[in-house]
Write a protein that binds this ligand. Sequence first.
Ligand code: TMP
Length: 204
Amino acid sequence: MKGKFITFEGIDGAGKSSHVEWLAEWLRGQGKVVHVTREPGGTELGEELRALLLREPMHLETETLLMFAARREHLAKLIEPALQHGEWVVCDRFSDATYAYQGGGRGLDRGKFQALEHWVHEHVQPDLTLLFDLPLDVARERIVLANRKLDKFEQERVDFHDRVRQAYLERAQSNPNRIQVIDANNSIENIRKTLEQIVSNRCL
Ligand code: TMP
């Protein structure tokens, strides 16, 4: 039996991360073995790469290759073995983030993205992707209210985040069976209810 692979996506400040752990707990309540993880990161090497990626300015292709290098390690060490054991993986971001940030935000050539995606995970795609969407000004306000040091991506200008958001929405339009858009400008209770419904219908 194969497990399920669920990913969370959205612009910075969309509030997705607080729902990742909640969904994992809810799934555990349904008797599933669930791994919670994130990208970039999820392995010892991946977390080292994350620290560099979120801090250091670098060439766009270097950034993209490092994202996919961390992903390859993550798939090999955690995601693929877990799925093969029939366990579930709930991951905070995956390749759609590269599509949106390096592709939409920074203008990476789409063919290069597709080549890397094909190379790194031709046979593994999320069973379900939950895309947390909300207006940029609401997302910005949440980031400001959190009052912490901003990483390299959070420090980008509004037009960058706008391109990231549009790329995510366009990706959702071209993958309607996999990507579900969630209205993230909603109460925590309503978002949880929506998640419960979608995951029950699509994965259980
Ligand atoms: P997080 O703060 O949601 O954990 O994500 C870390 C940052 O990394 C976020 O600003 C998005 C960015 N990112 C990319 O630019 N490309 C990627 O492929 C991934 C996974 C994340």
